[in-house]
Every structure is written in C-alpha cells, then in structure tokens.
Design a protein around this ligand. Structure first.
Ligand code: MG
Length: 158
C-alpha cells in the first residue's frame, strides 16, 4: 500500500463560478486560479500523484502549456486517475477536509462525494468528505479563500 497527501487553497472572488470536486456550488463568488480553480479536485490529484511518486499538478499540468492552459479540475483529475491506474495502483479510500467559512458546504457533501467517486472510478463508500469552517480566523475565516486537505490510500492492482 501507499499513501498520498494533497493540499490546495484558492482565493474567493466575484465573477467566477464556484467549482468544488467537479460540482458547481451556487454562490455569489467563485475561486480564482488556473482554469476553474477547483480546490478539491486539485488537492485530490496531488494526493494521488504523491502516492504514486510523481511530481505535483503544478509541474505536470503547467498553465503555460497550451495543452493544459484551460484544463478544468475535472480534466486534470481524470488524467491523474488514469496515470494512477497505469502505474498499477487503485484507490483504497480517500478522505478529504474542506475548509470554508462560506458558503455552507454541508448540504453539498453528498453530491461532491458522488462526483469525486465517479471521477476516481470507485464507489462512494471509498470517498469521505468533511466540511469545516475556520472559526472566523485568518483569510479562510474572513471568507476570502477556501482550502482542501486530502489523504488517499492506494493498493496494488496486480
Ligand atoms: Mg489549485
């Protein structure tokens, strides 16, 4: 077995869609960054890459490369899932923590969990998701950013 850890943070700004784990969340602001700035998809992709011993998404999918310039979090995660499979690893389980002061993410947890499981090609019972606030502290607590922490356990497929 192998373990991988991923982390990401993006700033919340007006005039952007809010994408989390491949799900569009209704909110008056969205995350700023590379393509859709899907903070959870990015953290999951980095966790998988860490587990299989590859560089992070910033190195593998640079936004300076025309091929990846506008790649959504979902596209990157699908590619990383494929790389994981090709390397002979499968997701045993994945656990994620989302930290956001707003919007409240708890009502969206089932949809995000189902979408992530679909993108990873596993059943939803292999994916767990927690949503927390930052208790009003720091940039996340001020509602200026959303962060995601992800840990994934991988098992050999051969
Ligand atoms: Mg990111």
């Amino acid at each position: 077995m192998r373990i991988g850890l991923g982390y990401d943070l993006h700033r919340l700004v007006t005039g952007r869609k809010l994408m989390i784990g491949g799900v569009e969340i209704p909110f008056e602001r969205g995350l700023l960054g590379h393509s859709d700035a899907d903070v959870l998809a990015h953290a999951v992709a980095d966790a998988l890459l860490g587990g299989i011993g590859l560089p992070d998404i910033g190195q593998l999918f640079p936004d300076t490369d025309p091929l990846w310039k506008d790649a959504s979090g979902e596209t990157i995660l699908r590619r990383v899932t494929q790389l994981t499979r090709e390397a002979g690893w499968a997701v045993s389980n994945l656990d994620a923590v989302l930290i956001a002061e707003q919007p409240k993410l708890v009502p969206h947890k089932p949809a995000i969990r189902a979408r992530l499981a679909e993108l990873l090609g596993v059943g939803p019972e292999h994916v767990n998701l927690k949503a927390k606030t930052a208790e009003g502290i720091g940039v996340i607590g001020a509602g200026e950013a959303i962060a995601a922490h992800v840990v994934v356990l991988l098992k050999r497929t051969d």
